[in-house]
Design a protein around this ligand. Structure first.
Ligand SMILES: Cc1cc2nc3c(=O)[nH]c(=O)nc-3n(C[C@H](O)[C@H](O)[C@H](O)COP(=O)(O)O)c2cc1C
Length: 186
C-alpha cells in the first residue's frame, strides 16, 4: 500500500519549541503507512488579499505543497488561549484564493502542547473552529492536549516517559486510520 503523505504544521517558530519537539517525536513514532514532513510556515508573508493579483512565491509554493498531501497534522502551542498568529496566517494563506483552498477535504488532526496544566485546550479548539470552515475533517478521538511539556523530552528531544510514548503511538495509529478512511481519492 502506498504511503500517505502528511504535512506537519508547527505553530511555533521558537528554536527550542516544545511543539516542534512533540511534532518530531510523533513523526518518529508514526506507523510506516505515513510519510510525514514538516512544512515550514515562518516565511509566509502575512496574508493580504490585495496581494492575490501577484501572489508571493512563498504563498504559491505553500499552497502547492498542501495540495499535494493526503492529510495534515497540526502541532501547536497556545497563545493567549488561542492559535498562534503564525499558524492562523498559514491557514488563511492556504485557504485562498476563494474557491481554491488547498485545505479542502484533507483529513487532519490537532495536537496542542503547553508547559502548563491545561495542555493548550483553548488553542486546540479554536483551531478546530477554523478547520470546520475550511473543510478539514478533523479526528475527534483521541484528543491530544499535551500538558507539562517541559518535562517530557530529554536533551536529544526524545520522549522520556513511557505513557506519553504509548499515547503518541496510539494517536498516530488512529490518525493513519483516519487519513485512510477520509482522504480524497481522485
Ligand atoms: C504570546 C504568548 C502567549 C501565551 N499564552 C499561553 C496560553 O494561553 N496558554 C498556555 O498554556 N501557554 C501560553 N504561553 C506559554 C507557551 O505555552 C510557552 O511559551 C510554550 O513553550 C510555547 O510553545 P513552544 O515551546 O512550542 O514555542 C504563551 C506564550 C506566549 C509567548
Amino acid at each position: 500500500m502506498a504511503q500517505k503523505k502528511i504535512a506537519v504544521l508547527v505553530g511555533s517558530l521558537r528554536k527550542e519549541s516544545l511543539s516542534r519537539k512533540m511534532a518530531k517525536a510523533l513523526i518518529k513514532i508514526s506507523p510506516s503507512s505515513l510519510n510525514l514532513e514538516i512544512i515550514e510556515i515562518g516565511g509566509l508573508p502575512l496574508y493580504n488579499q490585495d496581494m492575490e493579483d501577484n501572489p508571493p512565491a512563498a504563498w504559491t509554493g505553500f499552497r502547492e505543497r498542501v495540495k499535494n498531501v493526503d492529510g495534515v497534522l497540526f502541532v501547536t502551542p497556545e497563545y493567549n488561549r488561542s492559535v498562534p498568529g503564525v499558524l492562523k496566517n498559514a491557514l488563511d494563506v492556504g485557504s485562498r484564493p476563494y474557491g481554491k483552498s488547498a485545505w479542502d477535504g484533507k483529513p487532519g488532526a490537532v495536537v496542542s502542547v503547553s508547559p502548563g496544566a491545561i495542555g493548550g485546550f483553548g488553542a486546540n479548539h479554536h483551531l478546530r473552529q477554523s478547520l470546520v470552515f475550511i473543510n478539514v475533517p478533523t479526528m475527534q478521538q483521541p484528543e491530544a492536549y499535551i500538558g507539562q511539556a517541559a518535562n517530557l523530552f530529554d536533551e536529544s528531544g526524545s520522549l522520556v516517559n513511557d505513557s506519553t510514548r504509548e499515547f503518541a503511538k496510539t494517536f498516530m495509529l488512529a490518525f493513519a486510520s483516519w487519513v485512510e478512511t477520509n482522504m480524497v481519492r481522485s
